[in-house]
Design a binder for this molecule. Structure first.
Ligand SMILES: [Zn+2]
Length: 219
C-alpha cells in the first residue's frame, strides 16, 4: 500500500480487490485459491520454464488484468512463484552464490505498444520478483533487447503458422551491447508456442549471448 499514489489509494478503497477465484474481498487471489492454481505443463522448449497452467481461467483473468487492464499490482500475485522458480534455477546452475553474472531481461514490447500501455508487464513482473530476493546478484536489464517490429497482438492471431511467422525477426540486441559470458534469463507473462521466446533468443544468440533461458508466468 505504501507504494501507491494518493489516487491509487482512493481507488483501492472504492474498488477493493476481489479474488479472481471466489470473489472474496481483500486480494486478487485469496490465500485459499492461491493453493489451488495448477502448475504449467512442460513447455515445448527445454530452456523455458513456466509456472502456472494458462488454461486455468483464474490465471487467464490475472494475466489479462496485468496486460490490458492497467492492474499493475497483479504482478505481485505472480512474484512469489516466479521467485521460487528463479531461486531453483540459480541453484541448479550453481549461480546462487555468485557463480557468474545473470541478467534478467523482461521481454520487451515495441516502443509504440509500451507507449500505449504505459508499461511493460514483463518488467513489472521482473521488478516484483527481484523485490522478494534481496541480496541475489541478478540485475534487470531493459536496455539489452528491443522489439523492432510492432507485431500484431498474438492473441488476435489464431493460426499457429501465422503466429510463428508474425515473430520472425522482430527483436534485436541494442547496438553496442556485447556479451561477456553472462547468462540471460528472459521473463515474460505467457508462452504458448514459444515463438516469442524463440525469436528473442535468436537475436541474443546472434549477438553472442549463448546462455539464454526463459521463465514465464504461464503456459
Ligand atoms: Zn479465492
Amino acid at each position: 500500500v505504501c507504494g501507491m499514489s494518493f489516487f491509487q489509494k482512493i481507488l483501492s478503497v472504492l474498488f477493493p480487490d476481489r479474488c479472481v477465484g471466489c470473489e472474496t474481498l481483500g486480494a486478487l487471489v485469496c490465500a485459499e485459491c492461491a493453493h489451488t492454481l495448477p502448475p504449467a505443463s512442460s513447455p515445448e522448449r527445454d530452456f523455458i520454464t513456466s509456472v502456472f497452467a494458462y488454461r486455468d481461467p483464474r490465471i487467464r483473468i490475472l494475466v489479462r488484468m496485468l496486460k490490458y487492464k492497467n492492474t499493475r499490482h497483479a504482478a505481485d500475485v505472480f512474484a512469489p512463484a516466479l521467485a521460487g522458480v528463479l531461486t531453483e534455477f540459480l541453484g541448479e546452475e550453481g549461480m546462487l552464490l555468485g557463480g557468474g553474472d545473470v541478467i534478467l531481461v523482461p521481454v520487451p514490447l515495441s516502443r509504440k505498444r509500451k507507449k500505449t500501455r504505459g508499461y511493460n508487464q514483463a518488467e513489472l513482473l521482473a521488478r516484483a520478483t527481484l523485490a522478494l530476493m534481496p541480496g541475489v546478484r541478478i540485475r534487470i536489464d531493459t536496455n539489452l533487447l528491443e522489439k523492432t517490429v510492432d507485431t500484431k497482438q498474438q492473441a488476435d492471431i489464431t493460426k499457429r503458422s501465422e503466429r510463428l511467422q508474425n515473430l520472425g525477426d522482430c527483436f534485436r540486441v541494442v547496438s553496442g551491447r556485447t556479451s561477456s559470458g553472462e547468462t540471460v534469463l528472459l521473463l515474460d507473462d505467457v508462452t504458448t508456442t514459444g515463438a516469442t521466446i524463440m525469436a528473442a533468443r535468436k537475436a541474443l544468440r546472434a549477438a553472442g549471448f549463448h546462455k539464454v533461458y526463459a521463465i514465464t508466468v504461464a503456459h
